[in-house]
Design a protein around this ligand. Sequence first.
Ligand code: NAI
Length: 340
Amino acid sequence: MFYDIRKSQPIKVLVTGAAGQIAYSLLYSVAKGDVFGPDQPLVLVMLDITPMMNVLDGVLMELQDCAHPLLREVISTDKEEVAFKDIDVAILVGSMPRKEGMERKDLLKANVKIFKSQGAALDKYAKKTVKVLVVGNPANTNCLIASKSAPSIPKENFSCLTRLDHNRAKAQIALKVGVTAKDVKNVIIWGNHSSTQYPDVNHAKVKVQGKDVGVYEAVKNDNWLKGDFIQTVQQRGAAVIKARKLSSAMSAAKAICDHVRDIWFGTPEGEFISMGVISDGNSYAVPEDLIYSFPVVIKNKTWKFVEGLPINDFSREKMDATAKELTEERETAVEFLSCA
Ligand code: NAI
């Protein structure tokens, strides 16, 4: 029997910041079927701010010119009530970038305003089953604000992107051991998508000559693993900006695809991935009510914490430091929430 994609129901996917550089790679991959599969028709919705509508027209033309068979419709808009209407998935990439001389507090304030408004739009217009991924920085706290502003949507439907950090950690280990990234699994990014994040390889495995071994055993260089490796992953975003004069875009788009595909189809058996999700106060002694990056497994579009991993003192200290930063960010953001 033939499966006819023309007969199946399209899903509606929103990408914000659609005129920006991450979206330029992301929209192509989503439209091609890399995320929701080759049989899933799509309605793509692109939101950006009014001054970017001309640029967005160009992106729209290019998407049409790709002639992707899965695309049923592409909507470009600067209006939240249009963008968030009946969506199944929201990928919130657009945010206020840090400008020269801008204090971190000012950046938070500008973003609280955006994510409060988009959270309220999710609450009002989106499907209650909508899955929301926040990418725009500061991603964890923006995600928390969006979730708090959308009380009718389950908190578990919100996540923020730390998959790029996760992929960076995998890639560094693979390069060091001389295997491919596919041979490395179960690295963890704990905490904030910032330089306080903690890339943890204590539970990760590398396939060497067909056998899964621990990373410490495979790398045989504890100093590197406890020093340069962690710093390289923490500082990778800054290193890319320094070299490219632009922030990571291709790799960010790829990580978004990995993240959303895992939400949609589940994580492979025996593997876990990292994403920023709401803390419940019980898992790994992370304070409650933070969007903190944890190891999770996903099944039936629902994530679960990977429980019971032993945490040594070295890890504990780093996990607490990034939790402290997130707690401070939350406090500042919540202050702004009432006046945004
Ligand atoms: P960009 O500056 O090229 O594009 C951002 C787009 O968002 C612009 O077109 C802008 O007009 C739009 N925008 C601003 N406010 C908006 C609003 N209220 N509604 C809709 N659109 C809005 O930036 P790029 O490189 O695409 O990065 C986007 C964000 O992703 C940045 O905040 C960046 O820091 C973040 N990022 C996060 C990563 C992560 O791992 N969590 C990795 C890489 C980037």
